[in-house]
Design a protein around this ligand. Sequence first.
Ligand code: NAG
Ligand code: NAG
Ligand code: NAG
Ligand code: NAG
Ligand code: NAG
Length: 273
Amino acid sequence: MVARLSLYQHHSIITTVFSVLIILVSTSYGDDDNKDYTDCKKPFSCGLLPELSYPFWGGDRPEVCGHKGFELKCEEGQLPLIASDTLEFRLLNLKQSSRLMALQLVNFQEYICPTQIRTNSSSGSDIHIFGYDLNLQNLNLLYNCSTSSSTVLSKNRISFCNGYSGRSFYGNDDILVNSSGLDVLQCSMRIRIPIAKSFGELLVGDRAELEEVLGEGFNVSYEYDQGPSICEGCMASRGICGTNMTHPDKEFMCLCRDQPYAFVCQGKLAMPH
Ligand SMILES: *[C@@H]1O[C@H](CO)[C@@H](O)[C@H](O)[C@H]1NC(C)=O
Ligand SMILES: *[C@@H]1O[C@H](CO)[C@@H](O)[C@H](O)[C@H]1NC(C)=O
Ligand SMILES: *[C@@H]1O[C@H](CO)[C@@H](O)[C@H](O)[C@H]1NC(C)=O
Ligand SMILES: *[C@@H]1O[C@H](CO)[C@@H](O)[C@H](O)[C@H]1NC(C)=O
Ligand SMILES: *[C@@H]1O[C@H](CO)[C@@H](O)[C@H](O)[C@H]1NC(C)=O
């Protein structure tokens, strides 16, 4: 009886010592884990889309966990919004494994004969999201252009906008680069919108056509990384992909349990068990 009791006591002391050790070990890992690593490790959902990961951030997810250009606006019960330059898109669908997303331009009617002066959308800054997709082209909408007549562009004339003293045109990027008689700087509003390449042939310049093209969703592949993927290298070393917020260009950074590294985790914690 006494022996059994002492055995139990002994056992419980051992258990206690073990427990304390385990708690010490786990809290020392937990507390010492890099804060950004801990924050970014948490699952992230945005509106109706669950289980989002790098390069997406936004909502309660800080930018250090994501990549510039992939900020999402999250609203309860809604699909996320993603902005590109001056445009805003709704993220209808996302396949992160194949880096594909389906987007739809928000408030597309506002881009057809806008009555209030819009900020000109600049060219080229969409490259981080759309730049590598061969199935897309740009639709340029040029409103209120004080240009003299040009026969070349007659097929690109928008005839249904009222209220401008100047003329309006649409077209793909050829309309900007080719000296077809139009100087885009003479247009008081220039809007550039990515559309599916297959739409290019369909555009005939009537309003219904333009509404259909702009209102339709489109699939787009997104790029955030040079191949072979820096992010995959980081994940293979048990890191989490993130952004170096102190770097002026907000470059890539690999978040690891002990500290962030430029590309891959290098501490002993990086080694697989
Ligand atoms: C159209 O252009 C003219 C002259 O370039 C300008 O005075 C006018 O305000 C413009 N209208 C709109 C709606 O932008
Ligand atoms: C510019 O337009 C001319 C005809 O108007 C055409 O022959 C030429 O290929 C065009 N250049 C480009 C770069 O599209
Ligand atoms: C758009 O660009 C044109 C030509 O550069 C300029 O005259 C116009 O003021 C710009 N409009 C806005 C809203 O920035
Ligand atoms: C995008 O792709 C999905 C599946 O791959 C397809 O069901 C959908 O119709 C496509 N959407 C557009 C607008 O092309
Ligand atoms: C982040 O950027 C700063 C400034 O360029 C640099 O000093 C630092 O080493 C970078 N951190 C990592 C983990 O690469």
